[in-house]
Design a binder for this molecule. Sequence first.
Ligand SMILES: NC(=O)CC[C@H](N)C(=O)O
Length: 403
Amino acid sequence: MSPRGDLLQFRPTSVARRNPVAIVRTCPARGHPVLRPAVLGLATGDVFRGVAIGASGSSVGEVVFNTAMTGYQEICSDPSYRQQMVTLTYPHVGNVGANPEDQESAIAQVAGLIIRERPRTPSNWRSAETLPAYLERLGVVGIAEIDTRRLTRILRDQGAQSGCIVTDTDDADLAVERARAFSGLAGLDLAQEVTTDEVFQWAEPSWGQATPEPKHHVVVMDYGVKRNILRRLVDVGCRVTVVPAKTSLEDVLAHQPDGVMLSNGPGDPEPCDYAVAIARQLMEQRVPVMGICLGHQILGLACGGRTTKMKFGHHGANHPVRDERSGQVMITSQNHGFAVDEASLPETVRVTHRSLFDGTLQGIERTDVPAFSFQGHPEASPGPHDLAPLFEHFSALMAANPR
Ligand SMILES: NC(=O)CC[C@H](N)C(=O)O
């Protein structure tokens, strides 16, 4: 194809956006896939008209933007995105389809997916279905062919917004009205919604890795854990037991863990008082603890700190973070809308990492007990592997603090 042809393909206009209803009428007759209209309304009153790419219906949530260029399936299935709608700033989404291996949990978790280009033919040897088929099968409402740059600018300037996608209609007033009725994530404990009902063991390593002989037994408090955290623990020689969010200290200790992982998860950390209480008790017992994302925020609260809601949070796979001890800068995977307030932390907490985007806290460690945490996603799914050594650090912490 000529360069000119390439350019024409990427023109930021679409027939669907100009006249979605007409598309619905004409396409079936020509044997093309049926395009259904969809509309995204924000609480600000802003409206985006596009085409539906997933399930039919209506969905509300907090709209956030994610700057990752890859990993849309991991994003869709990350339990931390419960009640959030994600717009991807990268325009070409769906081009490698979807497959069973890239799931970060059993289902799709996002409240909605908002993208620029309508996914067409996927091309990848692992692709088992198209992104629209995946979204439809898992009941996720999605919208494509909207100006995601305009949307991202609204979110960046005015902060994350309540939003609503409705499909098979262009009733923008309805979408805005439903968006305004969504009260947001502050004060919501969603970890309870996504946690496992049953205790289970996890033995699968990362793809292509051999399973090492287990050196340590780790209990994972499941606040919405991503599978790649479990895989990375196996990779560094851990036997892994995952327990429900509200498991008591007694029941956790009955597993005789060498260490406890406080997992990532959705919603506001502050109402998760049961999680904060057990993190405090584990530290009192000098059990080695590692926290990731929501787990980091819970550790911060358990140390006596406070958390705050950020304006639009950090969501992406390209965020620079500095290790404050070595000065080393790492590119990290991020997904959070709350943060631990550094000024609220006691002297027993040392800051280990800071975001180079806005200076917010990214990592802490206790100076008196074996506990540390990271705000981003060292399991890197999706994302770069710069923080992978944190799992080895946890393993070393358990070795140095035998139970
Ligand atoms: N990925 C996560 O664990 C997210 C933590 C928390 N729900 C937040 O938005 O800040």
